[in-house]
Design a binder for this molecule. Structure first.
Ligand code: SAM
Length: 184
């Protein structure tokens, strides 16, 4: 299953806690970018640190990946749910099985993938078009997002998706081989 290139994939990170979630939120955005999302929206406690990390990685490794802070994520989701401008996918261990739901998701529409941190407000389950589980055991938002994106987007053509960066990794048998673009 692949999503159409013209459709935007956003990830909404709910309930970020500045100290406790420092690394996991940063990894969530990097995973979103690497597995084909176009954007991550941070909510919870306001924090420039993950935004700086995502911006810096994108400028060094290429591609168009947006990130910003949303102070009112529930209002944001309510508006999307009302206008039906994007499909809202909520990743939760309590949801329906990924394999069962994937064929039902429209592939001609943009998508917001919602992942939690602290307790997810009950309203999110109702606002979402699909509550999807990646297995029904508790694990991590990073794992859930990676598996969902890998299933939905499929294999990414790195040279197309991540062009324009300063660094390009050359896959090699051993060691680290990179191409570094010369400054103009
Ligand atoms: N305690 C939180 C709650 O009550 O909703 C969940 C915390 S969990 C560590 C953080 C996030 O990881 C969840 O909100 C969900 O998005 C994702 N997640 C964890 N396990 C999952 C699973 N089995 N399937 C889908 N998403 C999962």
């Amino acid at each position: 299953m692949t999503s159409s290139d013209s459709n935007n994939i956003s990830v909404l990170r709910l309930g970020h806690r500045r100290e406790r979630d420092k690394r996991i939120t940063s990894h969530l955005g990097l995973t979103a970018r690497a597995f084909g999302a176009d954007e991550i929206i941070l909510s919870g406690e306001e924090d420039n640190s993950p935004i700086e990390t995502w911006t810096s990685v994108t400028s060094r490794f290429g591609g168009d990946f947006d990130c910003h802070y949303e102070p009112k994520p529930l209002n944001f989701l309510r508006k999307i749910s009302k206008t039906k401008s994007s499909t809202i996918i909520h990743l939760t261990m309590y949801g329906q099985d990924l394999e069962e739901i994937i064929p039902k998701i429209p592939n001609d529409k943009s998508m917001i993938i919602v992942v939690g941190g602290t307790k997810v407000p009950g309203e999110v389950y109702g606002l979402s078009d699909y509550n999807i589980s990646i297995g029904n055991q508790p694990h991590s938002e990073v794992a859930a997002l990676a598996i969902f994106l890998n299933t939905w987007v499929g294999r990414i053509d790195s040279s197309e998706k991540f062009n324009g960066g300063e660094i390009k990794v050359i896959p090699s048998i051993r060691g680290k081989k990179v191409f570094v673009a010369e400054e103009e």
